[in-house]
Ligand binder design. Structure first.
Ligand code: SAH
Ligand code: SF4
Length: 338
């Protein structure tokens, strides 16, 4: 049966109309699901019993099973979910002073096969539906009895290769009748799928675009990210510039520091050069070692890299590491359990 979580407001409105149910009931249903956090029509008491029965004939509120959680000393909680077809994905809840952020998955596995990534190494299974993405957020809010104010698509999968479902999920996230999360508190992270960046430029949405760069030249980037062969840096960075000329917003670049691979000052200089005319900030990420041949850059060397970028006018920060005691890199919990 169809899952009501897979509907954004307009499509639910139309669906109810088609089923001869008063379409304005969509507002009440959204209120119960996204604000009161219920998971069954039967408890929606401002709808008549007849209407609830009628709804249950057409739709259900379907959540994945929570398989396990891992809890870090720093407040980070990692969730492993299982959908009806036995597919599993991870989400992570991250606590910062004054806000709680969710890192969600957009696909089961990932087809892009980045060398350093546990998800990439596990292959691609399928896309998630928008409801399956939203259920991760609702499930975490319910489990922790806490409101999530920020969402990053940095869990498993490449969001730009599941574009329509990701956009539908975002429409519900930002909808004031549903989760009411500010647009600028949602980040889409991409390994560099240029069509997706182009589509996003024309979307009436103001989310944060985050590019996983991880290397300062084509030779190195192609060695760790196969997608670079399809979209080399010049093509990718042009798409980012075009995005920026339309949206007039700062973009983020993610750069994992790999010991002895991309962390020399020469690499830093190249990075300064290629990002010169882009309004951006650079997040330097400590690598979560996942059994690949890569190792994490030592902290003092990472600091030097950061200082070099800053001295050359780039806004760079070493991202605070969260949940390192629970294998925070996505794909790791799933791999350990299965
Ligand atoms: N597919 C998208 C989004 C999911 S990955 C993308 O690649 O951007 C989210 C981020 O986590 C990416 O920047 C990715 O490169 C990074 N990442 C993957 N494995 C990691 C690891 N083991 N340690 C640190 N970051 C990792
Ligand atoms: Fe896929 Fe992103 Fe992992 Fe690359 S880093 S394999 S794009 S999830």
């Amino acid at each position: 049966m169809e899952n009501v979580l897979d509907y954004d407001y307009n499509s639910l409105y139309e669906k109810l109309k088609r089923e001869k149910i008063e379409p304005y009931r969509a507002t009440q249903i959204f209120d119960w699901i996204y604000k009161k956090k219920v998971s069954s029509f039967s408890v929606m008491t401002n709808l008549s019993k007849k209407l609830r029965e009628n709804l249950s004939r057409h739709l259900e509120v379907r959540f994945p099973e929570l398989v396990t959680t891992a809890r870090s000393k720093d407040g980070t909680v990692k969730f492993l979910w299982k959908y009806d077809d036995k597919s599993t994905v991870e989400s992570v809840l991250l606590r910062y002073p004054g806000r709680t952020s969710a890192c969600v998955s957009s696909q089961v596995g990932c087809a892009l096969g980045c060398e350093f990534c546990a998800t990439g190494k596990s292959g691609f299974v399928r896309n998630l539906t928008s409801g399956e993405i939203l259920a991760q957020i609702l499930g975490m809010e319910k489990a922790e009895n806490e409101r999530i104010g920020n969402v990053v698509f940095m869990g498993m999968g490449e969001p730009m290769l599941n574009y329509d479902e990701v956009m539908r999920a975002i429409r519900v996230m930002v909808d004031s009748k549903a989760l009411k999360i500010s647009q600028r508190r949602i980040s889409i992270s991409t390994a560099g799928v240029v069509e997706g960046i182009k589509r996003l430029s024309n979307e009436p949405l103001d989310v944060i675009l985050s590019i996983s760069l991880h290397a300062p030249d084509d030779e190195k980037r192609s060695r760790i990210m196969p997608i670079n062969q399809r979209y080399p840096l010049s093509v990718l960075l042009n798409a980012v510039k075009e995005y920026q000329s339309i949206k007039k917003r700062r973009v983020t670049f993610e750069y994992i520091l790999f010991d002895g691979f991309n962390d020399s000052l020469k690499d830093a200089m190249k990075l300064v050069e290629i990002l010169e005319d882009i309004n951006c900030n650079v997040n330097l990420i400590a690598y979560n070692e996942t059994g690949s041949k890569f190792k994490r850059t030592p902290a003092d060397k990472a600091r030097q890299f950061e200082e070099f970028l800053k001295a050359h006018g780039l806004e760079a920060v070493i991202r605070v590491e969260k949940g390192s005691d629970i294998d925070a890199a996505c794909g790791q919990l799933r791999r350990r359990i299965l």
